[in-house]
Design a protein around this ligand. Sequence first.
Ligand code: ASP
Length: 431
Amino acid sequence: MRRLALHWKILIGMVLGIFFGYVMRELAWQSVVVDWIKPFGTIFINMLKMIAVPLVAVSLIVGLADLKDIAKLSKLGGRTILLYLFTTACAVSLGLLLANIIKPGLFINEASRQRLLEGFAGEASEKIKLAEATKEQGPLQPLMDLVPDNFFAAMTNNGSLLQVIFFVILLGIGLILVDESKSKPVVNFFKGLNAVILKVIDIIMVFSPFGVFALMAALIVEIPDFSTLAALGVYGTSVLFGLALLVFLFYPTLLFLFARIKPARFFRAISPAQLLAFSTSSSAATLPVTMERVTEHLGVDDEVSSFVLPLGATINMDGTALYQAIAALFIAQAMLPEALGLETQLMIILTTVLASIGTAAVPSAGIVMLVIVLGQAGIPEAGLALIFAIDRPLDMCRTVVNVTSDATVSAIVAKSVGLLHEPENKDVDLM
Ligand code: ASP
């Protein structure tokens, strides 16, 4: 009998989880889900996060050592950063275009506006407080944050992926420069370890349908109140429409033009990562799966994917950028329409690109950085309360875009340096 492909299993887990959560909510048995089902979702996310830092470190060492030449590294790095900036700028511009055409802020009536502002004022001020720390930093703080004072401390902190990347790049350059008799045993060791880690990811993914079931069930029983969703319908639909354009039109076009990859092949390869991004709302937790799928199923050589994907997970967030642009305009339209001159919109482009780079790859990080975008553009930060009610579902969708964009850029960069192969397509099924 033909085995069901992984993305179908995950999808079935998701749908069953939503259904189960809904039934439990109707029966008012939320606590059963929170106490007995949700922990399995958390365990699943923890397993993914547990393997992320070792995977990034080891695969990057192997990838860099294979490059064998530092000029190739700078070529790769330059193209990657340029492409990341390009896709993010396109996403922000699309967001602004949609928000200017649809004007979602004009669809919210006074009663809902007051209800949302009052109902979510607490949550909004919490996020504003979180953003304060970032605002007080000096201009070169992000550069300083890149260099760890202790590599092992960086390794033990999931939020320090860029520091790990920095140290490992130095290590990789060292490996390229030393005599081969010295580097060979080191590289061989890491190559073996890399293969083992990829296998561990396969094992973790066996549990993915169950993990996703638990995450979705918990999400449904914990949604505060379905009725608030209606007032934000036009805003939510604008964000979803923009995200859909990116996933189904923008990236497939780029892939076809610059990497000669047909959409069906691309989606078949990365859909498990997309589904996982949707269920976990975290591109960092999804990273191990993105790396495995892109390397083994899309055919991107790990010399490229080991470098491009971890970097992308931390700095390239097109979905977040598009969302921040639409959300900023939505809040301005609803609360302070006179703030919407061309100058403000240009400011939003600039700050959104930077804010999306600074956004951590974890759930709800996008809304914290939105505070900074609002502040720079002179839009009232308290307006954050307006969009809170539907932030989680939008977070899930923008995370899918963040991951899709990383995979797209890795394939284009790989093609440009001749490192895109026919995929091995080994659907490892342990179940
Ligand atoms: N959850 C998103 C991510 O991990 C970040 C965001 O909140 O936009 O990619």
